[in-house]
Design a protein around this ligand. Structure first.
Ligand code: NDP
Length: 472
C-alpha cells in the first residue's frame, strides 16, 4: 500500500507539518489503497508563503518563459495517460473506458489548449494614451472536487500558471493520488520553486484555511454550492477575487418535432456517465405530455445498458459512486422521490444485484416527477434521471428555469433556429442543441447559484488576470 506523508511545497516534497494520515479507498472494493498526509493550517501557511515568495518573479516572466515549462507539463500529461486513467479508476471508480477517454484525455486536451492560447495571447494593448496590461491576479488557491479529479485541477492550474499566477492546490480528500501524480509532472516540468504547491487534507481544515488565508489573492473553487457560499463569504471579507463552479440541476428539453429517440438516448448517456457525478448532467428530461410515455419507455430501455460493474473491466459502462457518503446521499434522494409520488420506472435505492461490496447505485429512472419535488430541485449527483411532462413551450421554459441552479442544459428541436431561440431564454451558462459536442475552448460556468466566473479557453485564462493601465 502506498503511504505518503509529504506535501509538495516550495519546489520539493516535504514532510507534512501535521503528522496525520488520510485513507484513500477504492470505491469498487471498499479497501484502503493508500494513505496521504492530512495537512493542517501550518502546511497551508508554508505553501502560501512559498507561493507568495515566487509570485513576483513568476508574474514578471515573459510569455515564452512560461510557455516552456507549461509545454513540458502538457507533454508529461500525454506521456502518463495510462497511469492517470488507472489511478482514477482506483481512487474514484470511473470505468477504465471512461477514465481513459475522458478523465485522462480531457485534461490533456485542456492543457494543450492553454499551451496554444498562451503562445498567441496579447498581455497588453494600447487604448488612446494608455497602455493596458493584463497582469497576473497573484497567489491562487485552487480547491477541487473528486468527480473529474484531474480535469478540474488542470482547468484551474494550467490557466493560472499561464497567466503568471502562483498556485496552492487542495484536491478532494477522496482523490488525492492523481493530484500527487500531477504535482510530480509539475516538478519534472521545471517550474521555479514555489510556483505550484500541493497540500492534501480535509476540506474543513486545509480548504477552509486556504480559502481564508490573507496571503491568497484569488480562490478558484469547484464543488457544492454550500461550500462555495462559505468560500465567497470569506473572500468577501478579505476582498479576494473568487471563481466558483458549483452544482447544477440541468434540464434537457425535447421540443415537439425533435428526434425523441436520439434525445432520450443521449440524455441517458449524459446522466449515467461517471455514475451521474457530473455537475452539468441533464438530470431533468422535459418532454411534451403527448410524448411522455414514449419517452419513459425509451429511457427505461436505455438505462438497462448502464448496469453497474467492476470499473477495471473494459466492458463496464458504469462504476460505483466515489464514496459511501455519496452512495447514501443518492439512495436517500431516490427514496424521497418515491415518497413524494414519483413512479420508479427502473432502478431503486437498493444495492444492484450481485454487488454487495462497493459504493454502487442502480441506474434509476423516475417518471411522473413534478417540478416542485425534491428530486426535481436538488442536485442528486448520482445516476438518477427525472422525467417531467410539460404542456407547451412556455411551460417547458418555466420548468427548465425553475430551480436555483443555472449551469447547463440541452434543447432538441426539428430545426436549430427554434432550439437556439429556446436556449437563449434558458438561465444556463451552456446549452447544447441537438446533441452539440462539448467544446473545450468554450467558456464553462454557471448562472444563478451554479457559480460565478468561467473556466476553459480564453475566458478561463482571463479569470486569473487583473488589469493595469499606464498613461503616457
Ligand atoms: P464539497 O463541496 O464539500 O467538496 C469540494 C471540495 O471542497 C473538496 O476539495 C473539499 O474537501 C473542499 N471543502 C469542503 N469543505 C470545505 C470548506 N469548508 N472550505 C474549503 N473547502 C472545502 O463537495 P462534497 O465532496 O461534499 O460533495 C457533496 C455534493 O456537492 C455532491 O453530492 C454534489 O451535489 C456537489 N458537488 C458538486 C461538484 C461540481 O462539480 N460542481 C463536485 C463535487 C460535489 P474534502 O474533499 O476534504 O471534503
Amino acid at each position: 500500500m502506498q503511504q505518503h506523508a509529504d506535501q509538495y511545497i516550495g519546489g520539493g516534497w516535504r514532510p507534512s507539518l501535521g503528522g496525520g494520515a488520510l485513507e484513500v479507498r477504492n470505491p469498487a472494493t471498499e479497501e484502503v489503497i493508500a494513505t496521504v498526509a492530512a495537512g493542517t493550517a501550518a502546511d497551508v501557511d508554508a505553501a502560501v508563503a512559498a507561493a507568495r515568495a515566487a509570485a513576483r518573479d513568476w508574474g514578471l516572466t515573459s510569455r515564452e518563459e512560461r510557455l516552456a515549462p507549461l509545454t513540458r507539463l502538457r507533454d508529461g500529461l500525454a506521456a502518463r495517460q495510462q497511469e492517470i486513467a488507472e489511478t482514477i479508476v482506483a481512487e474514484q471508480g470511473s470505468p477504465i473506458g471512461f477514465a481513459t477517454g475522458v478523465q485522462a484525455a480531457l485534461p490533456l486536451l485542456v492543457a494543450s489548449s492553454y499551451v496554444e492560447l498562451l503562445a498567441g495571447y496579447e498581455f497588453q494593448e494600447k487604448i488612446g494614451n494608455s497602455t493596458v496590461y493584463a497582469e497576473p491576479a497573484g497567489v491562487v488557491a485552487a480547491i477541487t472536487p473528486w468527480n473529474y479529479p484531474l480535469h478540474q485541477v488542470v482547468a484551474k492550474v494550467l490557466p493560472a500558471l499561464a497567466a503568471g499566477c502562483t498556485v496552492v492546490l487542495k484536491p478532494a480528500e477522496d482523490t488525492p493520488l492523481v493530484a500527487r501524480l500531477f504535482a510530480e509532472l509539475v516538478d519534472q516540468a521545471g517550474f521555479p520553486a514555489g510556483v505550484f504547491n500541493l497540500v492534501t487534507g480535509v476540506g474543513s481544515e486545509v480548504g477552509a484555511a486556504l480559502a481564508a488565508h490573507p496571503g491568497v489573492d484569488l480562490v478558484s473553487f469547484t464543488g457544492s454550492t454550500a461550500v462555495g457560499r462559505s468560500i465567497a463569504e470569506h473572500a468577501g471579507r478579505g476582498i479576494k477575487k473568487v471563481a466558483l463552479e458549483l452544482g447544477g440541476k440541468s434540464a434537457n428539453v425535447v421540443l415537439p418535432g425533435a428526434d425523441l429517440g436520439r434525445a432520450v438516448n443521449v440524455n441517458a448517456a449524459n446522466v449515467f456517465a461517471n455514475s451521474g457525478q457530473t455537475c452539468t448532467a441533464w438530470t431533468r428530461l422535459l418532454v411534451h405530455q403527448d410524448q411522455y410515455e414514449e419517452a419513459v419507455a425509451i429511457a427505461a430501455k436505455a438505462a438497462a445498458k448502464y448496469q453497474p460493474g467492476d470499473p477495471s473491466s473494459a466492458e463496464t459502462r458504469m462504476g460505483p459512486l466515489v464514496s459511501a457518503k455519496q452512495r447514501e446521499r443518492v439512495r436517500g434522494y431516490i427514496r424521497a422521490g418515491v415518497e413524494q409520488g414519483a413512479r420508479l420506472v427502473v432502478g431503486g435505492a437498493e444495492a444492484p444485484d450481485g454487488l454487495p461490496t462497493g459504493y454502487y447505485v442502480q441506474p434509476t429512472v423516475l417518471a411522473d416527477v413534478t417540478p416542485e419535488m425534491t428530486v426535481a430541485q436538488e442536485e442528486i449527483f448520482g445516476p438518477v434521471l427525472s422525467i417531467i411532462a410539460y404542456r407547451d413551450e412556455d411551460h417547458a421554459l418555466e420548468i427548465a428555469n425553475g430551480t436555483e441552479y443555472g449551469l447547463a442544459g440541452g434543447v432538441w428541436a426539428a430545426d436549430e433556429a427554434t432550439a437556439a431561440a429556446f436556449a437563449r431564454r434558458m438561465d444556463a451558462g451552456q446549452v447544447d442543441i441537438n446533441g452539440g459536442r462539448f467544446n473545450p475552448l468554450a467558456p464553462f460556468g454557471g448562472y444563478k447559484s451554479s457559480g460565478v466566473g468561467r473556466e476553459l479557453g480564453r475566458h478561463g485564462l482571463e479569470e486569473f488576470l487583473q488589469t493595469k493601465s499606464i498613461q503616457f
